[in-house]
Design a protein. Structure first.
Length: 111
């Protein structure tokens, strides 16, 4: 996905999906409950936003080993915007260069 297409898709999403996108961008892999704590959105709105992000191909869903009843959600297929890109300053609210820290207790590597 090109940077321009990415911007158009994000701009077309409802505000709740944009907020959940930003929460996942800054928070990494989170459960629905953790997204609710960060965004102050009701659970039904979060489920709707996650569905919209999944439909657009931005959402990855992983098995949560601590509680099999829940899933972990994160972002995928997000184009990297170079720092020299002058359009980044115009719309920095869409995508910021963020250091993503994964939570090791949520992931398990299989050898």
């Amino acid at each position: 996905m090109t940077d321009e297409n990415f911007r158009k898709v994000i701009e077309g999403l409802p505000p709740s999906a944009k907020l959940v996108f930003k929460v996942l961008e800054y928070g990494g892999l989170l459960t629905q409950k953790e997204i609710a704590e960060e965004s102050y959105l009701p659970p039904r709105t979060i489920r709707y936003a996650l569905g919209r992000l999944k439909d657009e191909g931005f959402l990855q869903e992983r098995f949560y080993f601590k509680d099999a009843r829940q899933s972990l959600y994160g972002l995928q297929n997000i184009p990297e915007i170079s720092i020299g890109d002058n359009r980044m300053n115009e719309r920095s609210d869409l995508h910021a260069n963020v250091i993503r820290v994964s939570k090791p207790e949520y992931e398990m590597t299989v050898a």
